[in-house]
Design a protein around this ligand. Sequence first.
Ligand code: MF3
Ligand code: CO
Length: 251
Amino acid sequence: MRTVTIKSAEEIKRMREAGKRLNRVHEKLKESIRPGVSTKEIDRVCEELIRSCGCTPNFLHYEGYPASVCVSVNDEVVHGIPREDRILREGDIVSLDTGLIWQGYHSDAARTYGVGKISPKAQKLIEVTRESFFQGIEEAVAGRHLYDISNAIADYVISYGYGIVYELVGHGIGRSLHEPPEIPNFPQRRRGIRLKAGMTLAIEPMINIGNGEVEWQDDGWTVVTADHSLSAHYENTVLITDGRPEILTLL
Ligand code: MF3
Ligand code: CO
């Protein structure tokens, strides 16, 4: 089993820069969300934003994935493939998950947005999903344990009666997009590994209004809720320190 890497000061500098650049990409990319836009157009904008800041899209060609961003609409949980004929409509919710490489180091982050005016139910799901991440990182401190993060996310989400996707997890990140450890968002009986300063983690709750069951579509990528309820996703790349965690993909 590969072990969890501890980044050196030099590596952390690059991870910070990768995170900062990805945050800028997300801030610009959200301006492309409007009724009538195709998910493929969002991908074109995303790739251009990543390349124009001197970075490389890390999702593109990852295990054959054909785009720079995953655009997942409504009951799509994650890994929605951008398409020319998939048009966003007022009232949809859409999650944009993307990442980049800067000087050999990866960053990864996801946001969920409403398209135009959305229902209060959809808005609440987006807010609780985002907040569950912040509940999780309250525990993301050196000396605490990995699954303290998982349990904090899970407790918060369960208190709203939402379903936690249990087939997909967060992950370590660094010289690769996916490194150990896996970071579940659902309740764990054990505490997991002890967190250490210099670990970099992509923490990413994926939350459904209905239950946590998901299915894979025939394209081999798109994950949808089994009950077709709405799903939201929120993710940041985080650096563990001896004090409060640094959220590398937020300012
Ligand atoms: N953002 C996804 C994750 O967090 C990675 C997507 S891989 C891709 O693990 F191939 F779909 F891009
Ligand atoms: Co991720």
